[in-house]
Design a protein around this ligand. Structure first.
Ligand SMILES: CC[C@@H](C(=O)O)C(=O)SCCNC(=O)CCNC(=O)[C@H](O)C(C)(C)COP(=O)(O)OP(=O)(O)OC[C@H]1O[C@@H](n2cnc3c(N)ncnc32)[C@H](O)[C@@H]1OP(=O)(O)O
Ligand SMILES: [Co+2]
Length: 153
């Protein structure tokens, strides 16, 4: 398996509108999407896009921050918020070329996979790896959107 781009950093927040105001007014973010509910993932979500930088020999893609608020007590973010009421860094999401191959690879290493592969907020398949098997870091694995697949060339 080949590690792809860092697609996003998930940040759990207690109030998504207050978090948007913070990123806009305190940190100066200029590209923040409208929040929307993802009931099948148990979260309300929006994205803070950091700028893309172009240079003479490379193009560096800005990483997204994914702001997450639990929709209810059944949300996978609910327990985290109980322990971290002010919110905090929740997960890292890395891209892979082939989600099925990646799942088989992590299974072969004995890593615990949390639930089925499903479609994530970016419209491609995702799965999660247990933080206790990943140096304490909840890790999301996401198949690269086909239009972005040039990172692997
Ligand atoms: C927006 C959609 C999508 C996308 O497309 O990007 C998303 O990102 S959705 C994001 C939300 N979804 C998920 O997180 C799904 C996977 N997560 C889970 O299944 C659970 O959250 C969990 C990781 C199993 C944790 O469940 P929980 O019930 O809260 O806690 P446990 O008691 O089972 O926790 C065990 C252990 O792990 C520690 N922990 C929990 N969460 C994290 C975390 N985010 N980062 C690091 N460590 C975490 C927890 O503290 C426990 O440790 P101990 O206290 O030492 O036992
Ligand atoms: Co995510």
């Amino acid at each position: 398996m080949k590690l792809g781009r860092l697609n996003h950093i998930g940040i759990a927040v207690p109030d998504i509108d207050a978090a948007i105001a913070h990123y806009r007014d305190v940190l100066g973010a200029t590209d923040i999407t409208e929040p929307f509910d993802l009931p099948e993932q148990g979260v309300r979500v929006c994205f803070v896009n950091t700028p893309t930088q172009s240079g003479p020999n490379s193009e560096l893609h800005g990483t997204q921050l994914e702001l997450l608020a639990p929709l209810d007590e059944n949300s996978p973010v609910h327990g985290f918020m109980q322990k971290n009421p002010a919110g905090g860094q929740h997960h890292l999401c890395f891209e892979v070329e082939d989600i099925a191959e990646a799942r088989t690879y992590f299974e072969s290493l004995g890593k615990r996979i949390l639930g089925p592969t499903r479609i994530g907020a970016h419209g491609t398949p995702i799965f999660f790896l247990h933080p206790k098997d990943m140096l304490g870091q909840l890790t999301e694995i996401m198949e690269t959107p086909k239009e972005d697949a040039h990172w692997s060339n």
